[in-house]
Design a protein around this ligand. Structure first.
Ligand SMILES: [Fe+2]
Length: 316
């Protein structure tokens, strides 16, 4: 049984934006202990994990539950304003035919756009857009800085705005990586950098388990791109805040909530158990209070206009 090497995985992600690997037993572990599987794969604790079965069901409407072609997109459901940094596709059983994964490297794409159509590149970094997803709209420039990460946001739905329409032909003619993931293989994708899609298939037995990982440290990006995005973001009032003591405490509360023994947490983090229980109560009460006060709906059109006006004032 070969040992998994997280350092080699990180190197592959930096070089290619994705890695197709085998990690013995990881799929079985992910089904019963996704947090433990994430830690083993990544080589350190992560901030948050989501687990999703990817399996066609009769009349399934989401891409995760049907057999249709899935257009290129980013997984952009947010946790504290940041989309998952890593998508992990653990193959239980591939489709007999079809279902190949498609990947597009947005770093290379942005480099070409910057060279050949600099005005579009500037717009991708500066124009706030309403980008629609099934789980809710994302409201941001196409390329933005979120939690210290350079993030490319792209919906699988057809573009519904001018900038999306200008970007679409670039994406259509960009070179793709096409991969067939076999049983017990693990496809790891940098979700801030790579767009992913899937060819259609006809096989009701195709099964994957998908993990989405939010890491504790931001991802890397080419210096020219990070500098360009940072220059724009510094014009926003909502600069990225550095990690705080509150974030460290919340990470410990999350461990407590997902079943890690308080005795282990007390030793690992040097925090007395009574204090751990106090933090958990404070966090749960704060969450309950915030949920009670949550507005019933967000007016995204008005929010878009407000941000566009603020941006115009800052950049002019
Ligand atoms: Fe996806």
């Amino acid at each position: 049984m070969s040992e998994h090497d997280p350092t080699a995985l990180h190197r592959m992600l930096t070089e290619h934006g994705h890695a197709l690997i085998r990690v013995p037993g990881l799929r079985e572990q992910a089904q019963s202990d996704p947090w433990g599987a994430a830690r083993r794969l990544w080589g350190e604790d992560v901030a948050l994990v989501e687990a999703h079965p990817i399996h066609p069901v009769p009349h399934g409407r989401s891409y995760a539950s049907n057999q249709g072609y899935t257009p290129l997109h980013s997984d952009s459901q947010m946790a504290c304003g940041v989309p998952p940094r890593v998508q992990v596709m653990l193959c239980v059983r591939p489709a007999a035919e079809g279902g190949e994964t498609l990947l597009l490297d947005t770093w290379a794409l942005l480099e070409r756009i910057a060279a050949e159509e600099p005005e579009l590149f500037h717009a991708l970094l500066t124009w706030p857009r309403r980008i629609p997803f099934v789980f809710g709209d994302v409201f941001d420039p196409t390329v933005s800085l979120r939690g210290g990460n350079v993030v490319f946001t792209h919906s699988p739905m057809p573009a519904n705005d001018e900038l999306g329409g200008r970007l679409a032909p670039w994406i259509e003619r960009a070179p793709l990586v096409e991969l067939r993931v076999e049983a017990d293989e693990v496809l790891v994708v940098d979700n801030h950098r790579m767009l992913h899609g899937r060819r259609g298939f006809v096989d009701p037995e195709r099964r994957f388990l998908r993990l989405l990982l939010w890491t504790r440290t931001p991802g890397q990006a080419p210096e020219w791109l990070r500098n360009a995005v940072t220059a724009v973001q510094s014009a926003f009032a909502s600069a990225v805040s550095p990690p705080s003591e509150a974030q460290r405490r919340l990470a410990i509360v999350l461990e407590h909530l997902r079943g890690v023994s308080p005795g282990i947490l007390a030793r690992r983090h040097g925090v007395p158990e009574p204090e751990l229980y106090r933090w958990r109560d404070v966090a749960l009460r704060a969450a309950q209070s915030a949920l009670e006060e949550l507005p019933s709906a967000v007016d995204y059109h008005e929010a878009a206009e407000q941000l566009r006006r603020a941006l115009d004032r800052k950049l002019c």
